[in-house]
Design a protein. Structure first.
Length: 745
């Protein structure tokens, strides 16, 4: 290095130079010659010679191109922590917490990497032991919300995945110097398997041939079939008649010949596909008009021989039709209930309708029709995991020829059973065998040709939901709990669409597998109400406590999907309270009395207001006012997509409240929380600061407000005063009534 001349010195204590600027010593720098003196090297940096204009970063520390010389050198962040996944059919919600170290920077963001992976070495044919799992990028078909790269939040939703597919998701924490680090960056990852899902809509329909009375249609397979397409359904109707009067045609191919149409008429067509998971959504409408080209008419210039043959053929067809009708009338295969089901199926084409196995004259026929017979040699019982009404419940393995071995649950029928017990036992299999949904327990088959008689179902590793929640009290995020509720609601929507009423919906009858997928189970509910001192309905699987049952089902024995919705509201309460017993230690008669008087369960601790309001909707006295399961699924989907709407209440309390609430005034659901929540519930949140400044911070203080008090704290609108006063007086009345109904936990 060339030697410097004697440097001029700058007096840092004065505003004028004596003989010129001072050369900065080691450990100091001057970025510009015009700077007022030398500056010490910022943290994690150094200078090794005098007169440095900048400081180099320590090993392992970096400075971004846009960072000023005065900024400390920083590091890439450490890996994110506590990555949690929630699988919902072909969507996955991911949540994580921030890294332990942000690298000393404030520009921390996250990138999401999605990989679609093949089967593991243990199950992949032709792979040697220890062979790596093959993965490839997910591609542009997958969508991320809010985004895939440069995420500021610690949450992302990934949609449009393929069904029954393994995915690995990596979350990378990055900052301004991540690209400068030569070493490997750190990420947190999780591997999930998507569930069964209905196919995506058919996107294009073409008319291959149009005549006066027919249209030949063809279409492409859905972009995301999500499984093997079992059939397609074509819905069509005249445009002028709208969708209220439509017809349905089913086909296994990707084409259909629609006949019997009117000439010169515009028809609207929709197509949807079905897999084992059910029907997808209908396609967008496609319109085609039949033409006016006439077709030959028999008798008008037609050959007489052809006319004679046509007439004879018509007579023969008429005789065959009459014969078939008479035979079908005499062969009463099913009872009137079965016929009613067939009529209902006709009224709702495209929707599979549940058939009650008790309507069969021969109960064994229902078992043969809906449940697959399994050879007992394929089953290996390993251990007893419980005791049922009819015998032991075991875990074991099922190895069918040509298929891989799977874990199963095995219900056995104890020795010495009666014919009625055998019929009741196998009826549950006849019911389960009709269902095919990712949130309904799957029947593998039955063993009826040898003893013991067995029902084989999929094995759910985490057992019943109520016990699982109590074991994991407080360990899940609100989004995860809502995901659990969404799965249960999806299963119940499927049952409701099939016109099946469960009648025993409770957390104890929801099973949880290793992926936290919840499945509705226990389909052994009886239709008969027995005389019982506790007024409980007797079932083949035990007794249902009154606290899960809708009022009209208790009083009038009226079980419907609406009564299942009431029970679902109780399940929501169980989930949000981590398995707390509904109504605590109140007797059944006290529960019935409280419900009749209009009281409802309060929100569990930290339960979002929106979820408790949904519970109250499920507990409407008039069953027609309760939401449908399809509406519940949609509401939960909206909450999952907008986590900010899951606002918590009661955060200041250390234990749940045990006062029953009256839902006749919806705003009362917030009285056990904060004044701010109450004001928000009655749309008067604008006055929150007025109440806080005046010291009205508790519901007890609010209920004694007067009109003069409100004018004093700045509420001048007479209409707003009346609304707040009315609500406050209602709260006071409610609180006085509740004092006599406090129940210790």
């Amino acid at each position: 290095m060339r030697a410097h001349a004697m440097p001029q010195r700058w007096n840092r204590d004065t505003s004028w130079p004596r003989t010129g600027p001072v050369s900065c010593k080691i450990g100091y720098y001057r970025a510009l010659s015009t700077d007022d003196g030398c500056s010490k090297c910022p943290p994690h940096s150094y200078s090794v010679s005098e007169g440095s204009t900048s400081c180099a970063c320590d090993k392992g520390f970096f400075r971004a191109e846009t960072d000023p010389a005065s900024m400390p050198c920083t590091q890439p962040p450490s890996a994110p922590q506590n990555l949690i996944s929630n699988v919902n059919e072909t969507s996955v919600n991911l949540e994580w917490t921030a890294p332990v170290s942000s690298g000393g920077r404030s520009d921390l963001t996250y990138n999401v990497v999605c990989k679609r992976c093949g089967p593991g070495p243990s199950s992949a044919a032709g792979l040697a032991p220890g062979a790596p799992r093959t993965c490839q990028p997910c591609g542009n078909a997958v969508h991320y919300s809010p985004q895939q790269l440069s995420l500021r939040s610690t949450r992302v939703s990934i949609t449009d995945l393929q069904a029954h597919t393994n995915y690995t998701f990596e979350i990378w924490a990055v900052n301004g110097v991540s690209t400068q680090s030569p070493g490997p960056q750190q990420a947190v990852s999780v591997t999930v398997t998507t569930n069964q899902a209905a196919p995506s809509p058919v996107t294009s329909i073409q008319a291959k041939d149009i005549t006066r009375h027919a249209v030949s249609l063809a279409w492409q397979q859905p972009e995301r079939p999500n499984g093997v397409i079992l059939e397609y359904e074509v819905k069509y109707y005249e445009k002028d008649q709208n969708e209220r009067s439509y017809r349905i045609m089913k086909t296994a191919s990707r084409s259909a010949d629609i006949k019997g149409l009117n000439p010169l008429t515009i028809y609207v067509f929709h197509v949807r596909a079905r897999t084992a998971a059910g029907y997808g959504d209908f396609s967008a409408p496609f319109e085609f008009m039949t033409n006016s080209v006439p077709s030959p008419i028999i008798g008008d210039g037609a050959n007489s021989t052809v006319l004679l043959v046509s007439v004879i053929g018509s007579v023969i067809l008429l005789l065959i039709f009459i014969a078939v009708f008479v035979i079908s009338r005499r062969r009463s295969k099913y009872s009137k209930a079965k016929q009613d089901s067939d009529e209902e199926k006709h009224l709702h084409p495209g929707v599979r309708i549940y058939v009650d196995p008790f309507t069969y004259e021969d109960p064994n026929q229902a078992v043969r029709e809906f449940a697959k017979e399994i050879d007992a040699s394929c089953i290996k019982i390993e251990k007893v995991i419980g005791i049922g009404e009819f015998g032991e419940v075991c875990s074991g393995r099922l190895k069918m020829p040509g298929k891989r071995e799977i874990c199963v649950a095995i219900k056995t029928l104890k020795a010495g059973y009666t014919d009625k017990q055998r019929r009741d036992f196998l009826s549950e299999a006849s019911i389960m065998g009709q269902f095919d949904h990712p949130n309904i327990i799957r029947l593998e088959g039955v063993v009826t040709k040898c003893k013991p008689v067995m029902i084989i179902t999929e094995y759910m590793e985490n057992g019943s939901l109520d016990a699982f929640l109590r074991k994991n009290d407080g360990r899940f995020t609100v989004i995860q709990l809502v995901g659990i509720l969404r799965g249960i609601a999806s299963g119940m929507k499927y049952l409701s669409d099939m016109s099946y009423v469960h009648r025993d919906l409770a957390a104890r009858n929801i099973l949880v597998n290793s992926n936290l997928v919840c499945k509705v189970s226990d389909f052994g509910m009886s239709r008969v109400l027995e005389e019982d001192p506790e007024a409980a309905y007797t079932t083949r699987g035990g007794k249902i406590p009154i606290r899960w049952t809708a009022p009209e089902a208790i009083t009038y024995r009226k079980f419907t999907s609406a009564s299942d919705v009431w029970s679902y509201g109780i399940v929501m309460w169980e989930v949000m309270s981590y398995g707390e017993r509904p109504y605590w230690d109140m007797s059944n008669q006290d529960v019935i009395k409280a419900i009749e008087e209009g009281y409802r369960l309060p929100p569990p601790m930290d339960c979002p207001v929106s979820l408790h309001q949904l519970m109250l909707d499920c507990w409407q006295k008039e069953r027609a006012e309760r939401p449908k399961f399809s509406q519940i699924v949609n509401m939960l989907d909206k909450l999952i997509r907008n986590p900010s709407s899951l606002k918590r209440t009661g955060g200041e309390t250390n234990r749940p409240n045990t006062a029953l609430l009256e839902p006749s005034s919806p705003e009362f659901s917030a009285t056990l929380g904060s004044v701010a929540d109450w004001l928000a519930a009655i749309n008067m949140e604008r006055y929150r600061d007025n109440f806080t400044a005046a010291g009205y911070t508790t519901p007890e203080a609010v209920v004694h407000l007067t009109q003069e008090d409100m004018a004093r704290i700045g509420i001048s609108s007479a209409a707003h005063q009346d609304k707040i006063l009315t609500s406050a007086q209602g709260m006071l009345s409610q609180m006085q009534q509740i004092q006599d109904r406090m129940v210790p936990v």
